[in-house]
Design a protein around this ligand. Structure first.
Ligand code: PMV
Length: 358
């Protein structure tokens, strides 16, 4: 099944080069929570790809007898990131042996504040994987379609949710028996969106910008002996099917109920694991209550979702943007740290900005 990802060079390796790529973050509507080695999800998930929260990555490489890499963020060395990149490169070695013929400088930059509580692993690993695959395409001539599939496959080995960032407007990761072409190994693009979901908005309330109390690695781990894991995994599969019908039909009412239930279920899993965690803050709950009152009074189809943290993602159709921004400024901004929120919307995925070889 993974034969398509085997490295088959047809040209010689370039002596040196420089590649710049760009990849966005994504927000899951049906959540991935729980995995098996190596980064195989215990249930399928679907996400909207974002636009404004992205990572830009530049790799410059020069042939060398000895492999080495250097990692910087906007030109500044970040030793704390090095072990993660090192183990990522080790994992992808089997699939991309050519990178070990180079000395590589990796420089990255995020558009969202580093300590905003927005995970940079999805955008970061997918941007790096796509840059690597651009070099591979130069050597092997693989098709663009395979380039993205393999980039998604590699991204998954860095961070599961990163596999979904390659494509827009939405992406599905994880095998589902009723959804053709789905795989645990990589994500696939999902395009069939009703008009209601085109340019769908995601405004992220930064309730708590601190680093996560529980890393997602630990969180996934806690699903292993979780008393409700079996029910949760089958619920996610059935929610994914329902969500796809919703995205096709444009049923905003159903969209709201699946999305919010998924967010609360994710947190319920953490609250009922051993050890247990509460990752919401008072501001998270207060914002949710305000959202519910606003929705029932204004009839604006505004819903929320949550990641494994306290920040609240507000999801709504573009047509209601001004009304929702006024609501945020009047009622929700008090819950945001330093009154900070990020305006984002559904986007088209990762791409290569430039590539040059010598
Ligand atoms: O990709 P990871 O290991 O950081 O896990 C992400 C898990 C959630 O963001 C909570 C859900 C999801 O599907 O993105």
């Amino acid at each position: 099944m993974l034969d398509q990802f085997i490295y088959k060079p047809i040209h010689s390796l370039p002596e040196s080069g420089e590649i710049a790529s760009k990849s966005p973050s994504n927000i899951a509507l049906v959540k991935y929570w729980g995995k098996k080695p190596i980064q195989i999800p215990t249930n399928p998930s679907i996400s909207f790809t974002l636009t404004n929260c992205f990572t830009k990555t530049n790799i410059s490489f020069k042939k060398s007898e000895n492999f080495s890499f250097n990692f910087t963020v906007k030109g500044v060395e970040k030793p704390s990131f090095v072990p993660k990149i090192e183990s990522f490169l080790e994992r992808i070695k089997e699939w991309c042996p050519y990178i070990f013929s180079y000395q590589i400088d990796i420089d990255t930059e995020n558009t969202f504040p580093h300590s905003s509580g927005i995970a940079s692993s999805a955008s970061g690993f997918s941007a790096l994987a796509l840059a690597v695959l651009e070099l591979e395409q130069k050597i092997t001539g693989i098709s663009n379609e395979n380039k993205y599939l393999k980039a998604s496959f590699l991204s998954r080995l860095g961070s599961g949710s990163a596999s979904r960032s390659l494509y827009g407007p939405a992406a599905i990761w994880g095998q589902h028996k009723n959804i053709p072409s789905t795989s645990d190994q990589y994500a696939i693009a999902y395009h069939d969106l009703h008009e209601n979901f085109k340019n769908y908005q995601d405004t992220i309330l930064l309730i708590d910008k601190g680093t996560k109390k529980v890393s997602s690695t630990v969180g996934h781990e806690l699903m292993h002996n979780h008393p409700f894991s079996k029910q949760r995994f089958s619920q996610a599969s059935s929610n994914l099917e329902s969500m796809i019908n919703v995205l096709k039909s444009g049923d905003l009412h159903k969209f709201i109920s699946i999305t919010e239930s998924e967010a609360l279920t994710l947190h319920a899993m953490m609250m009922t694991s051993s050890p247990y965690f509460i990752l919401m803050k008072q501001g998270t709950l207060a914002a949710i209550e305000k959202i519910w009152s606003f929705r029932s009074e204004s009839k604006v189809p505004l819903s929320f979702t949550l990641d494994a943290g306290a920040n609240v993602h507000l999801l709504y159709p573009l047509a209601y943007k001004q009304q929702v921004l006024d609501f945020i400024d009047n009622e929700l901004i008090v819950f945001c740290q330093n009154q900070h929120y990020i305006s984002d919307e559904v986007g088209s995925g990762a791409n290569i900005i430039s590539a040059s070889y010598a």
